[in-house]
Design a binder for this molecule. Structure first.
Ligand code: SF4
Length: 424
């Protein structure tokens, strides 16, 4: 709703009863259309933060260019889940006793700069709500009454209700001994852990894994695809440690298609620590608005620029400890900046490098940090910088998160397909 106050327009959003219907109306207002499933997906990803919903809607309408309705896959591609939604996913994974997923969600949140204590408080609050909803569900209280009793929006209660029904599911831990038995049997039979396929089949490896050969084949396979964002930016001349670090922060939980133009937009205005440090957080935020969690990132970018300009003589040094000391900078961004801008042999492990190298069976690690340590111990140094440049497009287009393209993958003969249960 818009109101006028002393000549200024103030946008005030009231929490709607039905977020999907609100989204459909809002999309129409921005000159676009959206199908039902896409509206529900958007409501699920963003929750009831109407300001963020409105900004995501504008981004989606621009993306489809009002030439067709926004579809579910557009939302999946462009809209990252909010921190609240991530905490929801973390609690969901804990409730289902899915340790691997819980660790993944936790690291995602930590990479976004959330404080461990703040996260603990959010998880505790979410569990408390979940227990209360579960108790009320067991007393057969209708959903509107549950919402009223807990002072929550009905949409939130509906989501927690689904989670409460799943929490405490015992299937996962009952299956664990069977999995352990299968792993022991695999070891006795000389098979790699994870080489079993869904449906009882076993991956047949016709060649041992050869990293030199794999890198050669992946180089060829990714040739037609766009380069990983940071490498592309470096080729376009944005190759200083400061530019690479800032671009990497912008790219966190944001598609390359969005982060590349967003980083360029900021650098057109200011590309040195001194220039960025003179900008207000609001101005930085306006320029990087298309990126996920832009408000947090704008604050982090200004803080980094000010520290470099005021305390480090305006030059960001190629020093890993120093890079890691900045807000919002995790091992992935520090290593990318060191590798691309400083030419230091370091391995940057993002979701793609983590997923692909574990599927190959080349390493076996539960988190990107452990994958990094395992790769440092095994991967020849000559590939340390290149592995990220190759596996980002390989992971985006061939070894995709869901249903990878194994049937046409050039390294299928030597890949153990660990954890792959279905493929194209
Ligand atoms: S696409 Fe399939 S075969 Fe290729 S690397 Fe990924 S899991 Fe292995």
């Amino acid at each position: 709703m818009a109101a006028s106050q002393e000549g200024k327009t103030v946008l005030a959003f009231e929490t709607p009863k039905n977020p999907s219907a609100w989204i459909e109306k809002r999309v129409k207002k921005h000159g676009g259309g959206i199908d039902r499933k896409a509206a529900a997906k958007l409501a699920e990803r963003v929750g009831s933060d109407l300001r963020r919903l409105d900004s995501e809607i504008q981004k989606l309408v621009t993306y489809v260019n009002a030439e067709r309705p926004i579809q579910e896959e557009d939302v999946t591609r462009l809209v990252t889940a909010s921190i609240g939604a991530n905490v929801f996913d973390l609690v969901d994974a804990l409730g289902r006793r899915d340790g691997r997923r819980a660790m993944r969600e936790l690291h995602r949140l930590l990479d976004l700069g959330e404080s461990p204590l703040g996260l603990l408080a959010m998880v505790t609050r979410q569990f408390r709500l979940l227990i209360l909803v579960k108790e009320l569900q067991e007393k057969s209280a209708p959903a509107p009454e549950v919402a009223k009793t807990l002072g929550q929006h009905p949409f939130v209660v509906e989501k927690i209700g689904g989670q409460a029904r799943n929490a405490g599911a015992v299937g996962a831990h009952l299956r664990a001994p069977a999995r352990a038995r299968r792993r022991r049997q695999d070891r006795r039979d000389g098979r790699c852990a994870g080489a079993r396929r869904a449906g009882g089949g076993v991956v047949r490896l016709t060649k041992p894994f050869d990293i030199d050969q794999a890198i050669r084949l992946v180089r060829e396979a990714v040739r037609p695809f766009p380069k990983a964002a940071m490498f592309e930016l470096a080729e376009q001349g944005f190759a200083s440690p400061f530019e690479q670090l800032i671009a990497c922060i912008i790219s966190i939980r944001t598609l390359d298609e969005v982060s590349l133009p967003t980083a360029r937009r900021l650098f057109e205005r200011a590309r040195t620590p001194q220039a960025v440090s003179r900008m207000a957080v609001e101005d930085i935020d306006a320029l990087i608005r298309a990126s996920s969690f832009h408000e947090n990132k704008a604050r982090q970018i200004q803080a980094i620029a000010r520290r470099v300009a005021d305390e480090l003589g305006g030059e960001l040094p190629c020093d890993r400890e120093m890079l890691l000391s900045f807000p919002g900078v995790g091992p992935k961004c520090a290593n990318l900046a060191l590798g691309i801008a400083c030419g230091e042999p370091v391995i940057s492990v993002d979701v793609h490098v983590h997923r692909v190298t574990n599927r190959w069976g080349y390493v076996s690690a539960t988190t990107p940090e452990r994958t990094m340590a395992a790769l440092e111990a095994r991967l020849p140094r000559e590939f340390w910088i290149e592995i990220n440049r190759l596996l980002v497009p390989f992971g985006k287009h061939i070894c995709t998160g869901n249903r990878p393209h194994c049937s046409t993958c050039p390294i299928r003969d030597m890949c153990r397909q660990v954890g792959v249960t279905s493929y194209r």
